[in-house]
Design a protein around this ligand. Structure first.
Ligand code: IMP
Length: 196
């Protein structure tokens, strides 16, 4: 079942580290330890829910690769993996509102327990697109695990089954999330510093 506890991210102390990319400044928001702890919790929750089953994780490239690797290692059940790749923001900080499939999945999802693994749900357009696309394969079940969720930006009817952290409607980078392809390698997650 979706978690009902408060998932609002507790940011690290202000005045902590900042990074700059493409002329914009970002401040550290979720450190690697906090992320690791929460991903472990999500793994346990998903592992309990799928005990005795063999779900297939469908990881959304590129941003979710790091979260997927950590989440998969936190699962102590049989599980499989496949990847789907969609158009991204490019070098922008706002969604273009259009989603295109750049790489489709290879696995046969018919009758399978499928978990979409995403880095972040912003407007929710991408997730709606993926859910509709994967439903075409007639999976036995289809759930969503996202590390981050911007609830203020998301259209309200979208169901997210596993959410790591709820965050404000501000651009974030690090831990797989990019800004014009940069910053994916940061172990911490940084948020746009709009105070400047
Ligand atoms: P949505 O369709 O608006 O929900 O956007 C989802 C996709 O946009 C995600 O898979 C990310 O690739 C990208 N995205 C959304 N918000 C951010 C962000 O704050 N930082 C980096 N990428 C983001």
């Amino acid at each position: 079942m979706p978690s009902t506890r408060d998932l609002t991210a507790a940011p690290v102390e202000p005045g902590d580290a900042t990074v700059s990319y493409r002329g914009d400044r970002f401040r550290r928001y979720l450190d690697a330890d906090t992320i690791r702890t929460r991903v472990q919790e999500m793994g346990r929750q998903i592992g309990d829910q799928y005990a005795g089953q063999n779900p297939i994780l469908v990881s959304v490239l590129n941003g979710a690769f790091m979260f997927t690797a950590d989440l998969m290692r936190a699962l102590d059940i049989d599980c499989e993996i496949d990847f789907i790749k969609l158009s991204s923001y490019g070098a922008a900080k706002v969604s273009s509102g259009e989603v295109h499939e750049l790489k489709s999945i290879d696995a046969d999802l018919e009758g399978r327990e499928v978990i979409i693994v995403e880095d972040i749900v912003d407007t929710g357009l991408t997730m709606e697109f993926i859910k509709d696309r994967l439903r075409e394969y007639s999976p036995a079940s289809l759930r969503v695990a996202t590390l981050l969720h911007k609830p203020e930006a998301t259209e309200p009817d979208l169901t997210l089954d596993y959410v790591g952290f709820q965050i404000p409607d501000l651009f974030v980078i690090g831990y797989g999330l990019d800004y014009g392809q940069l910053a994916r390698n940061l172990g911490d997650i940084y948020i746009l510093d709009d105070s400047a």
